[in-house]
Write a protein that binds this ligand. Structure first.
Ligand SMILES: Nc1nc2c(c(=O)[nH]1)N=C([C@H](O)[C@H](O)COP(=O)(O)OP(=O)(O)OP(=O)(O)O)CN2
Ligand code: ZN
Length: 142
């Protein structure tokens, strides 16, 4: 019997949408107000969803306490109250929430107690992003 477990975590961080591949004008044109040199912040909500068989003894897909401890060490302590642009994972990537979702997926894929189905991140009350670790379809097929 396969079941799904989702858990939400929250952290606050600043960022600036900026690409070294663009000049100042292109950055302004592509990222608009989000390219403001002083940056801005968000209260991010991260939701991770795992799947697995329900343990016949504990009745659990995985232990929430273990997941919370993993999230505290590998997500909250790493991202909360930081400037995302200064983190190693954004050295060569724009700090969009798509890229953040990919990084958070990579992190939680390391939580081996259950199968990671997807990562869902809410950046503002108007936008959210999902990443399920699927390989991109070959060019021209999507
Ligand atoms: N494809 C993406 N586009 C944008 C992203 C992103 O991660 N991926 N991020 C931003 C900015 O971070 C911006 O701060 C949030 O976008 P914006 O739509 O301007 O903000 P909201 O209207 O949702 O909320 P407010 O805080 O009220 O402006 C932009 N684009
Ligand atoms: Zn932003």
């Amino acid at each position: 019997m396969k079941a799904y477990l989702s858990r939400r975590y929250h952290f606050s961080a600043s960022h600036r949408l900026h690409s070294e591949a663009f000049d100042e004008g292109q950055n302004q044109q592509v990222f608009g107000k989000c390219n403001n040199p002083h940056g801005h912040g968000h209260n991010y909500t991260v939701e991770v969803t795992f799947s697995g068989r329900v343990n016949p003894v504990t009745g659990m897909v995985c232990d929430l306490g273990a997941l919370d401890a993993f999230a505290r060490e590998n997500l909250i302590d790493r991202f909360d109250h930081t400037n995302l642009n200064l983190l190693h994972c954004f050295e060569n990537r724009v700090s969009t929430t798509e890229n953040l979702s990919v990084e958070v997926y990579r992190i939680f894929a390391g939580f081996s107690a259950a199968h990671l189905e997807r990562v869902h991140i809410e950046e503002t009350s108007n936008n959210s992003f999902d990443y399920a670790g699927d390989a991109m379809p070959a060019e021209g097929t999507h």
